[in-house]
Write a protein that binds this ligand. Structure first.
Ligand SMILES: [Zn+2]
Length: 417
């Protein structure tokens, strides 16, 4: 089973809009209150929080039972994920809760806060979807908001018609002042076994936007469409105009690209993602970890302007999300790998230096290996995926001793540098 999420736009009637906004604000306030309680009382488990706050929340905020439960559960889940991150960062067992809590106070030292307007909705209890006509209902405070039309992609309607729907997230998008419902759908697995690895190197939207390299030795470049390139040059003009004006509001303006333009680019990204996924599935896709964006920016000499960077980052994230999403539907997997030096490291001899790369050309200064620079990126990503799969194969036998550990123990420590 693969859980995917489908996104719908909601259209509230005027008086419903105030009610849903009120619900979402109260939900956020309650979330922050529970979070603060957790922080002040060192109670982070769902059960403890529930005991202490469930009735209080219902009374104070007027929530329907399920909404109160969702608030508490969400807070507990958020702290859990922070603890898990700390466990990873400091290499501590996730079960060593006491130590993690100590670390949390030391490293973070303040309660989790939420600013966005998000409401977790549970199927049947706090919301319902109808297929014909396409309307939903949501439990607001003191009443159920009914007959709210929802709109989305045809494919998404098909999914819920075919497989039913699960819980959802209601959220408010500030940039366009719209409400969305993100519905989870359990789609049966394709039960396909990936037989190759494909490294996907996403670049600044220029001539070769995406480079692919698979473990069968084939490479491919995907070009940016003329339509989008035209759009890009339009942005550049717009950018220089905005740049002349000021900083903060300009930034914000660029982040919220106008609806039409955004849709155009998004549509293009959809096509690219689909092409990549359909042509290669079933496989394991290697994508660069998002934190790698920093390197992605620094290595690209052309890309200096902040605005340009924002646009590229947006494309980058969007395309990754789309690939990940579609991959699941086609029986493929996605693995994120560290993106450091993928573009300047030689896939043949391992020599890593900035000098290896000159724009779109890669020539290893150590062994002389030559290749299109983006293909080199895709190759390195593929190699890293293979490496992480090897490591994964070891830990997937939970009781077996780690072969790596055995090797380390066998080596005389002094000689290891
Ligand atoms: Zn080399």
């Amino acid at each position: 089973m693969v859980t995917i999420s489908v996104k719908f736009k909601l259209e509230f009637m005027k008086e419903q809009r105030q009610k849903v906004l009120y619900l979402a604000k109260r939900y956020r306030d309650a979330f922050n209150e529970v979070s603060e309680y957790a922080f002040n009382n060192r109670v982070f488990e769902h059960i403890g929080l529930h005991k202490a706050l469930y009735y209080k929340l219902k009374e104070k905020y007027g929530f329907q039972s399920q909404i109160a439960i969702s608030v508490i559960r969400e807070v507990a889940q958020h702290y859990d994920s922070v603890f898990n991150q700390l466990a990873e960062k400091f290499n501590i067992s996730k079960r060593n809760r006491k130590r993690l809590i100590e670390l949390f106070y030391k490293e973070i030292g303040k309660p989790i806060r939420r600013r966005k307007l998000i409401v977790k909705l549970v199927k049947r209890r706090s919301y319902d979807l109808r297929l014909n006509p396409r309307v939903c209902s949501i439990s607001a405070i003191g009443e159920r908001l009914k007959k709210i039309p929802y709109y989305g992609w045809n494919k998404h309607y098909e999914y819920i018609e075919k497989y039913g729907y699960g819980d959802a997230i209601l959220y408010y998008e500030r940039s366009n002042k719209l409400w969305y419902l993100i519905v989870s759908v359990d789609v049966p697995d394709k039960k396909l076994k990936p037989k190759k690895v494909v490294g996907v190197d996403i670049n600044e939207p220029s001539n070769s936007f995406v480079a692919l390299h698979n473990s069968l030795g084939k490479s491919k470049l995907i070009e940016f469409s003329q339509q989008v390139l035209r759009l890009k040059s339009h942005y550049q003009k717009l950018r220089s105009q905005i740049q002349a004006k000021g900083t903060r509001s300009a930034k914000r303006r660029l982040l919220s690209l106008s609806g039409v333009e955004k849709r155009l680019v998004r549509n293009f990204l959809h096509i690219v993602a689909k092409k990549i996924v359909v042509e290669n599935s079933p496989c394991v896709f290697g994508l660069e970890d998002l934190s790698g964006i920093r390197e992605f920016r620094e290595n690209n000499a052309k890309f200096k302007g902040e605005k340009r960077r924002l646009f590229s980052q947006w494309c980058f994230r969007e395309l990754q999300t789309l690939i990940e999403y579609k991959a699941k539907l086609y029986g493929s997997k996605v693995i994120y790998v560290n993106s450091q030096y993928t573009s300047i490291s030689c896939p043949v001899c391992g020599y890593t230096a900035k000098e290896n790369r000159d724009g779109k050309e890669f020539e290893c200064k150590n062994c002389g290996f030559k290749e299109h620079a983006d293909i080199v990126g895709a190759k390195n990503i593929m190699l890293r995926v293979l490496k992480s799969l090897q490591n994964g194969a070891f830990v997937s036998r939970p009781n077996a001793p780690s072969p790596l550990g055995a090797v380390e123990q066998a080596l005389p420590l002094k000689e290891v540098k």
